[in-house]
Design a protein around this ligand. Sequence first.
Ligand code: KG4
Ligand code: ZN
Length: 345
Amino acid sequence: MSRRDEPIVLGIETSCDETGVGIVRGHTLLANTIASSMDEHARFGGVVPEVASRAHLEAMTPTVEGALAAAGLRFSDIDAVAVTAGPGLAGALLVGVAAAKAYALGLGVPLYGVNHLAAHVAVDQLEHGPLPKPSIALLVSGGHSSLLLVPDVAQDVISLGSTVDDAAGEAFDKVARVLGLPFPGGPHIDRAAREGSGTAVAFPRGKYDDGTLDFSFSGLKTAVARWVEAREAAGEAVPVADVAASFQEAVVDVLTRKALQACARYGVKDLLIGGGVAANSRLRAMAQERCDAAGVRLRVPRPGLCTDNGAMVAALGADLVAAGVHPSTLEIPADSSLPITVVNV
Ligand code: KG4
Ligand code: ZN
């Protein structure tokens, strides 16, 4: 290995519909190549696991070769291989884990099976440098919404709260469907909301004042659906931009409020937001305002690093190498429900 604190790590991500391959040298991003099968799922209104698995299989070799070419590296330059071992779609994960084992074995380098959610946290270091220890992380994606205390992303992630029903991204996707916007709905709601008013409709804010650091979005999602149905039943036009903006305001209000409550409760002055929903422009703006008011430093990766990618897996892999964590064996399984507190397997 060239240097333990600056290893060249190949990261493979296949937990959902993106075949992501990233290459890093320590915390320096060298390549981030993505093939997505989203077009094949959009007409079903959600990711079809079997279709995603087959697409990963077809995309794997060209995406790895594309990443190496983008980084100007050869296979022999790679010091370690990291792969998302969970959570995610079982069949999709399996393709990435099998490929990573083959690359690690073939190249004679260590393998690191990592947690997708911890990788969403670790990726910010490629843009903003080492994560302060400890940090609070708000992780908001299509499958998860969690508040985490992160003493050390390579070794110690503690869950403070999570959604009791829908994930934030799931709520965006379901509300988009109600509004007739395409899947995945988050970016479309974000765009539509720019033309609307966040105070047009007072939608409910679940678990706003309950004293926990948990979230609930299913009541909000149902309230939006009922509101839209009532307009349609009355033969009135649905003001899509206003509904999108008001829904988004409710989600973002609760997420940022609880994130800052977590910072205050644990005396932590650094907040990181990660996961696909962290690409949301209103979430980024409100989080910045509230962090400024509370004297908390905010870190949010650029939108292209928030949604699923291989660089995030490589970034966490590099942290594991630097921390001297034991590599995974070639027997590791893909674990579709890997708990958030398990950083590597
Ligand atoms: O992290 P991610 O790419 O995949 C998972 O691990 O789930 O997150 C995908 C989720 C989807 O629900 C998508 O609608 C949402 O992130 N998303 C957004 C935005 N961009 C992606 N939600 C709100 N605003 C956005 N700009
Ligand atoms: Zn994700």
